[in-house]
Design a protein around this ligand. Structure first.
Ligand code: NAI
Ligand code: MG
Length: 356
């Protein structure tokens, strides 16, 4: 199969983990006889430094012209500590999602049995957890009008959802539920928010088209609690942009670490595949980042954008075998991990490559 992949590492550990993710894709192409071509482009802080723009037009054009994008992360402490910064790396990320129409963010919370001890949650509560989040990605409070009034003393961010926006993400979740446990949990805050009341109304309507699927509605606060109390009761979860952002970081603890969670952003055009974590400047440049989220994102890319199931499974299995062999990065090591089995970004990448 011939495919053109755009690699956009972005900032911080995005650079380090995406390099390993790309190597894995190259190995797959070689093993399975595919002809993948690659290009690179800038986003985030590195793009601002080079061009003044967090999402240069050239990057956007390259994204549109590619079959899939392997993405890293954006962000730099420089902006996090300067609320007055007008140009910010995250603007590049949000604009990319909007411009490419990436309205559905799939976040599988897959727990490898080998990592049962790595989480701060008890193994008996975790074992068997397998959740697929659908986070709406181009609406909500992230994209509404924002600003200041009263001479800057009052700030506002407006949350907005249209029927159409809720309907299309709901449909994606129900379609996925049909291939899994035929169960959808819709998470909102319909007791307080008008956007959530529309959300619930639309989800109930879409649900009628899927009589085999059981629907449950949960308020986000209660869902946050249940996620830790009994993660096994979750299967497919569909939720708004802000709630999904927060709940999936929480859910990363089910999988052991942020460094384990991959995501796929899909919609109207080119799909973008990226770890859920950020640029992690606390560990940037130290070679400590866990590249598995990027590697598993590459697996999602092969499966979802290219329909290469066996190739995707070969990657997941190589990660699993590496964990079975006892290798860990620092974020997923526990007290029982021997020191010499804790590897850096590149070294664990090599172990995974060997097993493909
Ligand atoms: P973060 O996800 O970068 O890091 C949170 C914590 O998890 C840190 O302690 C970090 O060291 C650890 N961590 C994350 N990924 C890891 C990995 N692969 N291996 C080992 N440990 C890992 O979130 P944080 O610190 O809140 O934000 C840092 C920057 O990233 C900010 O500028 C933020 O705006 C940006 N950000 C970007 C995202 C994106 O590009 N999609 C998503 C989230 C944050
Ligand atoms: Mg987040």
């Amino acid at each position: 199969m011939k495919k053109h992949i755009l690699v956009v590492p972005g900032d911080g550990i995005g650079q380090e983990v995406t390099a390993v993710g790309k190597k894995v894709v190259e190995k797959i192409a070689q093993k399975f006889g595919h002809e993948f071509t690659y290009d690179e482009a800038l986003i985030g802080h590195v793009a601002i430094e080079a061009t003044g723009d967090p999402l240069p037009q050239e990057t956007l054009e390259k994204m549109r012209a590619s079959d899939a994008v392997l993405f890293g992360a954006v962000g730099h402490p420089k902006y996090d500590n300067d609320p007055s910064a007008k140009v910010r790396p995250e603007q590049g990320l949000l604009k990319m999602r909007k411009e490419l129409g990436l309205y559905a963010n799939l976040r599988p919370i897959k727990l490898f049995d080998e990592l049962l001890g790595a989480s701060s949650i008890k193994p008996e509560i975790l074992k068997g957890s397998d959740i697929l989040f659908f986070r709406e990605l181009t609406g909500d409070i992230y994209f509404g009008e924002k600003g200041r009034k009263n001479d800057g003393d009052t700030a506002y961010d407006i949350a907005e959802y249209s029927r159409y926006e809720v309907e299309r993400i709901a449909r994606k979740a129900f379609d996925a539920a049909m291939t899994r446990g035929k169960k959808v949990m819709s998470v909102d805050k319909a007791n307080v928010l008008e956007t959530s009341r529309l959300w619930r109304e639309v989800v109930q309507k879409v649900a009628k088209e899927y009589p085999e699927v059981t629907v449950e509605h949960q308020f986000v606060d209660s869902a946050a609690m249940l996620l830790i109390k009994n993660p096994k009761q979750f299967d497919v979860v569909v939720t708004a942009n802000l709630f999904g952002d927060i709940l999936t970081d929480e859910a990363s603890q089910i999988a052991g670490s942020m460094g384990m969670l991959a995501s796929a952003s899909v919609g109207d055009s080119t799909g973008v595949y990226e770890p859920i974590h950020g640029s992690a400047h606390d560990i940037t440049g130290k070679g400590l980042a866990n590249p598995m989220a990027s590697i598993l994102s590459a697996a999602l890319m092969l499966d979802i954008s290219f329909g290469l199931k066996a190739e995707s499974e070969a990657i997941i299995s190589a990660v699993e075998q590496t964990l079975k062999a006892g290798f860990r990065t620092g974020d997923i090591a526990d007290a029982s991990t021997p020191k010499d089995m804790i590897l850096g970004t590149e070294a664990i990448g090599e172990e995974i490559l060997k097993r493909i």
